[in-house]
Design a protein around this ligand. Sequence first.
Ligand code: G3I
Ligand code: 9MR
Ligand code: ZN
Ligand code: CA
Length: 534
Amino acid sequence: VGAPQPIQVKVNQIGYKPDDTKTVIVTSKDDEKFKIVDAKTDETMFVGAYGELSYDKSAESNVRHGDFTEFKTPGTYKIISSPSGASYEFSIGDDLYDDVYKDVVLMLYKQRCGTEVTKDIAGDFAHEACHMQEATVYGDTSGTKIDVSGGWHDAGDYGRYVVSGAKTVQDLFLAYEDYGQTADDLGIPESGNKTPDLLDEAKYELDWMLKMQDAASGGVYHKVTALVFPETVLAVDETDDMVLAPISYAATADFAAVMAKASVLYAEYDADFAKSCLDAATNAYAFLEANPDMKGYENPEDLVTGAYDDTHLADETLWASAEMYIATKDAKYLTATKTALDSNYLTGFGWADIGSYALYDLAKTEGVDADVAKTAKEKLLADADETLSKAESEGFFTGMGVTYPWGSNMTITNKGMELLAAANLTGDAKYTEYAQKMRDYIFGVNPTGYCYVTGYGSLTPNATHHRPSQVLKETMPGMLVGGANNNLNDPYANAVLYGIAPGRAYVDNEQCYSCNEVTIYWNSPLIYLLTGLN
Ligand code: G3I
Ligand code: 9MR
Ligand code: ZN
Ligand code: CA
């Protein structure tokens, strides 16, 4: 085991649109020229030269970049480079991402909990309604049971977590809002109902989130899971008692934010639903006001499922305030937004550092107070410029430096979102060009040479830490794996990846949950990126 010697000539294994910027990366100092050959006939179609040699610290290797932007002829090709050899196949064309896009969206449908997932859509991943058992609030001995069925399974486990669910929903919202992604034919059960499918899929999660709110206080339970992670079983076979983790500040704030935004987005499709979202958001916000000093969530000792523990909550306050302000234009929320913008919040489009969601919505929404919009836009663009300048200086254009944390593929797709947001605010094509390079990283232009989305590309993960895939011995297509993680956060990674370069610290093994798990909120920034780039 361990990491095999990766392919040295790296291309996006799905491919490029004719007008995309196109860069082949070779991890060698000796290659000077490359040629593009037709994958079937071997006919030479284009000859190019590599640029100057540089050293990439994330891969601990020499790299050279070869530009073939001017080659635009649709077809399927390979790049031949000497002495490093051939690349995997790639295509040039207009509709190359249609299939992968659908599968990346349908992954969310297949992760649905508490409902039948049907065979015509999910194939072998079809299942009966799972996790229908009512839940008990952690520590409550009164015998009260609450129905919290529904929502998406988070990941390779079957937990349902509000914090990570909110990020996922927001990414779908932004893809819909920024790019008019109103497709109503993606193949979910709601397709054809005149509501855009991304909103239908998001609503499946929102309906569940509404059940996660304690109506009396407005607070939102952090998650619902069994007491411990399940064995490697199908969802319907996790029959342990369900436990609601304590109410948390982050879950409540994230809930308020997405519910407020939902009240805006669903108004034209389902006014009643939009109204209940705003009521729920208002109630959640009141909880935040009543509990301003609440600490970050921590798992009680005997609750051994995902923690999504975040101690830095100023960005959560900012996001909730901003979305409440945008949804209501109420002066009270404007004041709160201004205060939060002056606080020590963290930016990002992650599950923990999330301030950029607020900045972006404040910057782009019409009618926002001009000073607030300006402050938000400047901060977002400052971040994007920093990402851009880092990315420009690196071998693989990720802006990651040498730190590849758990879920690095999310960090990279989030950076792609940040750049597209900057492109949308400024019209500057430079941002889009680098967002596209981050897409290319995901699909094969990276130190390991993997196409990190299951079922796509020549070298693709097929041993993911995803319980349904593990039990069925078949990998669900359309899942973005976590990717390289040089923190070696699980025993398997520790055993086989020790000492390996950060960007290569990845292994396709189902035990390696810190690099080869999948999640709904790693797929969702990819949905945004693919929507924006197509
Ligand atoms: O925040 C630090 C950052 O400052 C630092 O630069 C970086 C590199 O050292 O580390 C960052 O912290 C990491 C954090 O994720 C944020 O990226 C932690 O080391 C890392 O342990 C933590 O991993 C999280 C993991 O749960 C463990 O808590 C992942 O982000 C998160 O995606 C993952 O989520 C799990 C759920 O708990 C359960 N369901 C599956 C899901 C995916 O594996
Ligand atoms: O399967 C769990 C996965 O979803 C989590 O991301 C991961 C880290 O929290 O934990 C996995 O569960 C493992 C547990 O933490 C330790 N024992 C082995 C479990 C599955 O291999
Ligand atoms: Zn379930
Ligand atoms: Ca935070």
